[in-house]
Design a protein around this ligand. Structure first.
Ligand code: PHE
Length: 437
C-alpha cells in the first residue's frame, strides 16, 4: 500500500501540532519559573538552534528516507551497515519512550478537560478517582482519532485548531502583561516581564542547562521517534530543512507567548510571586493562575472556556503523535491490524496513566527521566543514524529532496557537521556536567 503523503501546509500543521501542546503552555512557564527566568529562556533558544534543529532534521531525514514507522526506520538504517540486531535493540527506544511520555501526558491532558468543564460551571471535586477518569477520557479521545487514520483524522484536526489557540494565548498574554497589580502586592506585571526578559547570568547552573535542554527536546517532540514517524509521510519533493525551521520557530514563539500569559499575571496577582515561582512541585502553575486572569478580561468566561477547549485540542494533537509511534510499530512491524494495535496501546497506556494519576511524584519522576535524559539520548541516536550511518550521498539526496530543492553542497556539509558533531557533543556535555556534579 502506498504511504499517505502530507501536503506542504499539512506537514507543517501536523508536526507543529505535535510540537505545540502542553509542553508550551503547561511545562514551559513552570520550567521558566523554577529555573531562573530569562537566563533559562536564553539557554533554551541556544539549544533549540544548535542542538534541536539539527536533531529534528536528522529525525525527519531517516523517517522520509525509509518511509517506515520509527522502529522500522532505525532497523533499516542500521541494515545498511549490516547491523540488524543493533537496529532492533536501539529501535526499541522509539517504541518504549513515546509510551512512557503518554503515561503522564494524558494525565495532564485529562486536567485540561477537567478545567474546561469547570469553565462551563461543571466542577467535579478533585480526587484520585476523577484524576484517573479525566486521563482515561483524554486517552480514549486520542485512540479514537488515531484509529481513523493518519492523514484524514490528524491533518484536518490540526489545521483547524492551531490558529485558534494562538489567538487566544496572545489575548491572554496581552491581558496578563497589562494587568493592574492587586492591592497589597509588592510587585507588578512589569516585574514579571523583567523576570522573563532580563537575564541574570548568575542563575545559570548545571540544573538550568539540563532543564533547558530537556524542555527543548520535549517541546519539539524530539528523541522519541515521533518525528521519524511523521517524516515518513512528508512528500519527497518538499524541503525538510525549511519545514524543520518553520516548526522550531513557531514552537518557540508559542512557548514565549505562553510565558508572557502566565508569569506577569503571577506577579500582578499574588502576594508572594517569588515563592510561587520557586516552588518546584508546582507543575500546575498554568492551571492555578489563569482562572484568576480570565475574570478581569472582557468576555472572560467565554475566553476561559475557549482557552481550555483549544488547549485540549493542542494536547490531543501532541498526544496522538506519541500514540502513532507504538501503534505504527505493532501495525507495520508485527503485522497486527490497525484496530488491534490501537486497542493494545490504549490498554497499556491506560494502566500507565492510572499509575501516574495515583501518584504525582511518579508523574514528575517519569517526566524528568524522559525529557532530561531519554529524549536527548534518543536525539543522539537520530544524529548518529543520519550523519554517521547514512552515507553522505544519501544525506545530500534527502536534504536536497533528490534535486527538487536547491541547496549548495557547502550548506549541506555545514548541516552535516552540525548533526555529526555539534548536536551530539552538546548533548553529551550537558549530560556529563550533570553526572560529574
Ligand atoms: N511536544 C509536545 C508538547 O509540547 C509533547 C510531546 C513530547 C509530543 C514528545 C510528542 C512527543 O506538548
Amino acid at each position: 500500500m502506498e504511504r499517505a503523503k502530507f501536503s506542504k501546509f499539512g506537514a507543517i500543521a501536523v508536526i507543529a501540532g505535535s510540537a505545540v501542546g502542553l509542553g508550551n503552555i503547561w511545562r514551559f512557564p513552570y520550567m521558566v519559573a523554577t529555573n531562573g527566568g530569562a537566563a533559562f529562556i536564553l539557554l533554551y533558544i541556544l539549544f533549540v538552534v544548535l542542538i534541536c534543529l539539527p536533531v529534528m532534521i536528522a529525525e525527519l531525514t531517516i523517517g522520509r528516507k525509509y518511509k517506515k514507522d520509527a522502529y522500522g526506520a532505525v532497523v533499516c538504517t542500521l541494515n545498511e551497515r549490516k547491523l540488524p540486531v543493533v537496529g532492533k535493540i536501539l529501535g526499541c527506544l522509539y517504541v518504549i519512550l513515546p509510551l512512557l511520555v503518554i503515561s503522564y501526558y494524558c494525565v495532564i491532558g485529562g486536567s485540561t478537560i477537567d478545567y474546561f468543564m469547570r469553565s462551563l460551571g461543571i466542577h467535579i471535586p478533585e480526587n484520585t478517582g476523577t484524576f484517573i477518569m479525566w486521563a482515561i477520557i483524554f486517552l480514549a479521545m486520542c485512540a479514537a482519532i488515531v484509529f481513523t487514520g493518519v492523514k484524514k483524522g490528524i491533518e484536518k484536526f490540526s489545521k483547524l485548531m492551531m490558529p485558534v489557540l494562538f489567538v487566544i494565548v496572545v489575548l491572554i498574554a496581552v491581558r496578563s502583561m497589562t494587568m493592574p497589580a492587586n492591592p497589597g502586592t509588592e510587585y507588578t506585571s512589569a516585574d514579571g516581564m523583567a523576570f522573563l526578559f532580563k537575564p541574570d547570568f548568575s542563575k545559570i547552573t548545571v540544573k538550568t542547562c539540563i532543564a533547558a535542554l530537556g524542555q527543548a527536546f520535549f517541546s519539539l517532540s524530539l528523541g522519541c521517534g515521533v518525528l521519524v514517524n511523521y517524516g515518513s509521510y512528508i512528500n519527497p519533493e518538499h524541503s525538510l530543512t525549511k519545514t524543520a525551521a518553520q516548526i522550531a520557530l513557531s514552537d518557540l514563539i508559542f512557548a514565549i507567548i505562553a510565558g508572557c500569559a502566565v508569569i506577569p499575571a503571577v506577579f500582578a496577582l499574588k502576594a508572594d510571586p517569588m515563592a510561587i515561582l520557586a516552588d518546584n512541585s508546582d507543575s500546575k502553575l498554568v492551571f492555578n493562575i489563569l482562572p484568576d486572569v480570565f475574570p478581569s478580561m472582557p468576555m472572560g468566561s467565554c475566553i476561559n472556556a475557549l482557552f481550555f477547549f483549544a488547549l485540549i485540542l493542542a494536547a490531543i494533537t501532541s498526544a496522538i503523535s506519541q500514540f502513532e509511534v507504538p501503534v505504527g510499530f505493532l501495525n507495520e512491524e508485527k503485522g497486527l491490524s490497525r484496530r488491534k494495535s490501537v486497542i493494545i496501546i490504549f490498554l497499556i497506556s491506560a494502566i500507565l496513566n492510572t499509575l501516574c494519576a495515583v501518584r504525582g511524584n511518579i508523574l514528575n519522576a517519569i517526566d524528568g527521566l524522559c525529557a532530561n535524559w531519554l529524549m536527548p539520548l534518543g536525539g543522539i541516536l537520530a544524529t548518529v543514524l543520519a550523519a554517521w550511518v547514512l552515507s553522505k550521498k544519501d544525506f545530500f539526496d534527502e536534504i536536497s529532496s533528490n534535486g527538487s530543492v536547491k541547496v549548495s553542497v557547502k550548506s549541506v556539509n555545514a548541516l552535516n557537521f552540525l548533526i555529526r558533531y555539534i548536536a551530539p557533543a552538546g548533548i553529551l556535555v550537558v549530560f556529563l556536567s550533570q553526572i560529574i556534579k
